[in-house]
Design a protein around this ligand. Structure first.
Ligand code: ZN
Ligand code: ZN
Ligand code: FE
Length: 745
């Protein structure tokens, strides 16, 4: 007879809402073990009682056969005296003091559910809320932990006997699937006309959406993390109407395709890109568009943001159409995405012809994520639905609990404690007052779900950011300011598990520098604690401050003044033609006297200047437009570059712009310019001699430039680190701020 043992196992990680308890239940029963499994607020607790061999078999299964979405961050095991359990049970969850179980992201419809959705004999045929333990909404429906149905927005839907039976059957795919539902007992959809009269319900409402889109209409559809505005992506008139109503004149729209086959008719996708498109997060992937297609959607860019249906509702709608649809966030311009029915009636009704509502409340707003493949690897552009709030594990423990409020554009914030940082979903640009409400709402939400109170609040050094002002207005916690470009590099270091010294290349649009000027073309020698600014791009005046960010021609003008002085006013250049009579003289005076013309060493602005001088764009309507248009012009056949100089730590590109003025072809100019920037980074890295180089800042979202820099540095023997899981843009700086704030004291 073998000795009976009792093991108590505590697991922390992605263990709730992924079919973990059913898996444990089945495994324990198979091995004849007795005991229980229970969710609590710190993870899953398991007790198994049986022979040593069987318990070992249990651990083996835990390691090797766990559900596909489960991930274990830490495991504690203790052995106690057997207490004579007579069966194995799934126990009701209880709450304990701490809350650090990982809240799960939303997961795209799995293959089995999709098959049922499309099967006429299935009781959930065309049911837009089908899900199981392997898929469905999580982050957007969980009100509090632990993850059980009464703690989700499904709490008011009582399961019918059929659903109930699945829920309690350990052999069923829906065993303990918290959002389990069917047409009898679950959420329902209905379609409203602009004047809020209901015109159809259920399947008829879905068919209504299909025919409205098919006939050129614009429909708001409530999805997983908020509303989308949908229209036929191939109907230029519909797309233009949507642009006008949404007040988004040129920024490309994301397009949802029925399936990969349809997508490939409109865009190219590599193996890595296909894998991303089909991954459980189902991000928008920036792909190379096939020429001549989706022009109105893409507005001149060669790329298209493409994604596949990730909820059954989207699957059913797309299934009925022969065309891809624009699926853009339901909001005005850069405001937060709309999530509630009332809110939609008020704010979206004016933008659309019809609205499709449903009665499963969305607890958290969450926009679609955006990813791009650079050099064969996924790079996050916007980390949101499907990724949030998976914690980022640090290679060290934070000394203090930290709230990092992020930056001003593409804001995310983060909370950090122990060995992890949890980044919020995409909050957006903080200019809109609604963004501030969303920011506060989301901070309150994450704080309450993790029962989190910060010891320290980390914020950007920029005194004018609304997030900085918000941070300084909080009582109780200490405040720490973090320089913008330092935060970028710390973020890249944290993501790559680095703590020792690196050369940080931090290139972006703009960030507040220690000297009160605007930085953005920085080479910083960084370690975990501080940094030294070793090299930077030559500062130029941004004539009109903020205005210069929107108008590339102003940076071009600043460069012309540097090169030719007042004589620039007489030049016959397309960059100057758009200015009104007399305006140029005023701008000359402003430049000369430095009136409202702050100095900036930004790399992003140089892309603007080039775009203006080559007449690619003079006035932008969305952030980073010029940089994206210049990136688009890259031609790998062009290998040469322009002249620049480096003296006393300052890199001067004025000679390059002198040459740009003689250039005839845009493609040549853009490519030579990017070749030049890459060469600068490689040369400076050589001058610094630090073996490890971190690349961060929005400029590194530029694929050809990033590839040139990475390849060039590797060839010279450098170890290069880039972003993968957090954005290189300002959406990633909250991670760097959290590391700095959590470590300093
Ligand atoms: Zn499923
Ligand atoms: Zn049911
Ligand atoms: Fe930045």
């Amino acid at each position: 007879m073998s000795v009976i043992l009792r093991a108590r196992i505590h697991l922390n990680g992605l263990v709730q809402g992924v079919g973990f308890r059913p898996f444990v239940y089945r495994t324990a029963r198979r091995l004849g073990l007795k005991g229980f499994v229970v969710n609590d607020t710190t993870g899953v607790v398991i007790e198994v009682e049986g022979s040593g061999d069987d318990i070992e078999g249990f651990f083996h299964a835990l390691r090797n056969d766990k559900p596909p979405l489960a991930e274990i961050f830490s495991e504690e095991v203790t052995y106690e005296a057997p207490c004579g359990y007579d069966e194995f049970q799934i126990r009701t969850s209880h709450t304990s003091g701490r809350n650090d179980v990982a809240l799960l992201p939303d997961i795209a419809t799995c293959r089995e559910c999709t098959a049922e959705l499309n099967s006429p004999s299935d009781r959930r045929y065309r049911y837009p809320f089908i899900n199981c333990t392997n898929c469905g909404p999580r982050f957007t429906i969980i009100e509090r932990l632990p993850y059980d149905r009464p703690n989700t927005t499904m709490k008011d839907f009582r399961m019918c006997p059929d659903c109930e039976a699945e829920y309690h059957d350990p052999a069923d795919r829906r065993f303990h699937a918290q959002p389990n539902a069917c047409p009898v007992c679950g959420p329902k959809v209905w379609l409203l006309k602009g004047d809020s009269t209901t015109v159809a319900e259920g399947d008829e409402a879905l068919a209504g959406v299909v025919s409205l889109i098919g006939s050129g209409g614009i429909v708001a559809v409530k999805g997983i993390g908020g509303f989308h505005l949908l229209c036929d992506a191939t109907n230029d008139e519909a797309v233009e109407t949507l642009r006008r109503r949404k007040r988004r004149s040129e920024k490309p729209f994301a397009v949802m395709f029925k399936d990969l086959r349809q997508l490939l008719r409109y865009a190219e996708a590599s193996g890595a890109e296909r894998a991303l498109l089909l991954s459980p997060s189902r991000p928008v992937v920036l792909l190379k568009r096939r020429p001549g297609l989706l022009e109105a959607v893409s507005q001149g860019l060669k790329s298209v943001g493409a994604f596949l249906p990730y909820s059954p509702l989207h699957t059913v709608i797309l299934e009925g159409l022969d065309v891809p649809v624009v699926a853009t966030s339901g909001n005005l311009s850069e405001e937060p995405i709309v999530k509630d029915n009332d809110e939609a009636l008020e704010r979206l009704a004016p933008l659309v012809d019809h609205i499709l509502l449903h009665d499963r409340p969305i607890h958290r707003r969450c926009d679609d994520p955006v990813v791009k493949v650079v050099g064969g690897k996924a790079q996050m552009i916007r980390r949101s639905r499907g990724y949030v709030p998976v914690p980022l594990l640090l290679p060290f423990r934070l000394e203090r609990r930290v709230l990092a409020v992020g930056g001003h554009l593409k804001n995310t914030f983060a909370i950090g404690f122990e060995d992890r940082v949890i980044l919020s979903q995409h909050i957006g640009d903080m200019d809109a007052p609604e963004s501030m409400d969303f920011f506060e709402e989301a901070i309150e939400d994450l704080s309450s779900i993790y029962r989190f109170t910060p010891d320290v609040i980390a914020h950007d050094l920029h005194p004018g950011y609304s997030t900085t002002r918000w941070a300084l207005g909080r009582e109780g916690a200490e405040k720490v300011a973090v320089q913008h470009h330092h935060a970028h590099i710390l973020s890249c270091m944290a993501e790559n598990g680095l703590t020792d010294r690196v050369l940080g290349v931090s290139w972006d649009g703009t960030g507040y520098g220690e000297d009160g000027t605007l930085w953005g073309g920085e080479f910083l020698l960084c370690d975990g604690r501080g940094y030294r600014r070793l090299f930077h791009l030559r500062p130029l005046r941004l004539i009109g401050g903020e205005k210069a960010v929107r108008e590339p021609r102003r940076t071009a003008l600043s460069i012309l003044f540097e090169l030719f002085g007042r004589e620039a006013l007489e030049m016959d250049l397309s960059a100057l033609r758009g200015f009104k009579e007399g305006e140029l003289v005023l701008l000359w005076n402003a430049w000369q006297k430095g009136i409202n013309s702050p100095l900036s060493s930004s790399a992003g602005r140089l892309f603007d200047a080039l775009a203006s001088l080559m007449d690619v764009v003079q006035v932008c309507t969305y952030e980073a437009q010029a940089a994206m248009m210049v990136e688009d012009l890259f031609d790998p056949a062009v290998k040469d570059r322009y002249t620049y100089s480096i003296r006393d730590g300052v890199i001067d590109l004025l000679p390059a712009f002198h040459e740009v003025l003689r250039e005839r072809e845009r493609t040549r100019a853009a490519t030579r310019f990017m070749n030049t920037l890459a060469r600068i980074i490689i040369e400076v890295a050589g001058l610094v001699g630090e073996e490890r180089v971190c690349l961060s800042g929005g400029v590194f979202q530029n694929s050809p430039l990033s590839s040139l820099v990475i390849e060039g540095l590797r060839k010279e023997g450098f170890e290069v680190f880039t972003h993968r899981v957090v954005p290189a843009n300002d959406g990633g700086i909250s991670l760097g701020q959290a590391v700095f704030g959590g470590m300093s004291s």
